[in-house]
Design a protein around this ligand. Sequence first.
Ligand SMILES: Cc1ncc(COP(=O)(O)O)c(C=O)c1O
Length: 314
Amino acid sequence: MVGIRALKKIWLDGQLVDWNAAQVHVLTHGLHYGYAVFEGIRCHRTSHGSAIFRLDEHLDRFVNSAKVYRMALPFGAPALKEACIDLVRANETPEAYLRPIAFSGYGEMGLDPTQSTVQVAVAMWEWGAYLGAAGVQHGVRATVSSWVRMDSRSLPPQAKCSANYANSALAKMEAVSGGYDEAILLNAAGMVAEGPGENIFRVKKGVVSTPPASSGILRGVTRDSVIRFVADEHLVFQRTDFTREELFSADELFYTGTAAGITPIREVDGRPIGNGDYPITRRLQERYEDAIHGRSERYSSWLTYVDEVHAARP
Ligand SMILES: Cc1ncc(COP(=O)(O)O)c(C=O)c1O
């Protein structure tokens, strides 16, 4: 079992504490009922030091997730932004994954979380591409899950709540135990929704499409970036539902996510996708790599520089 490597600090309830001191009680309410909201953000090495990618958008989603769950965050987006910047600086680790999480804390049990205090933490660790560097390069093998993505009448998928990830874990475990790398979840209407921790895109005859928010997905920040790249590449784009069969008939398919980056799907349930080349996916991957590493002026407003000298750059 490969564990994550401990860094120096974790931000917990307003303070940077030593990595090993960031502990909670076993009766932490959120641990029992999945009542927590979180984010996944990355910082990357650039020629001006570490830069956090689309921090404002991630924190905006975090605040909105908390709102859906009537969770009174004791820290607003500006304080959390400072927390993320301070944390990356304190850990002196320019390339990492950041995990802000708010959860109902220790003190009360029972199902009404509004009786519990809300705790907030931001941790970070070094994390390579979620579906592997080889997956980013050569594509991954996916399977359509027998588990259905929960919909907004049960657990609203647009709020990034920890409880949603029990559904993701069922799909992921099924995929891995079946010898696949990742799952594709359909929604209750039988249309393609997303991966357990990624959005999905399809390319057919030069047209790039992705399921709309109404298909029951998390509105991914990477998805949003890719939609911008598609426009900048002057490609035709459609936000549209597609069926399981349309996965098989695609020229290209790929996952997007902060953890996974842009990862091509080379096979779905034993059917090879396209002819094994990913010409459009490659163009989008290139734009993404340039954007996150600060090599593209066009996307420079998406970066928050951590190094004080560059933090004030326009
Ligand atoms: C279920 C789900 N869908 C999609 C995504 C992709 O979102 P993003 O690009 O903001 O990381 C994630 C990751 O956060 C996710 O957990």
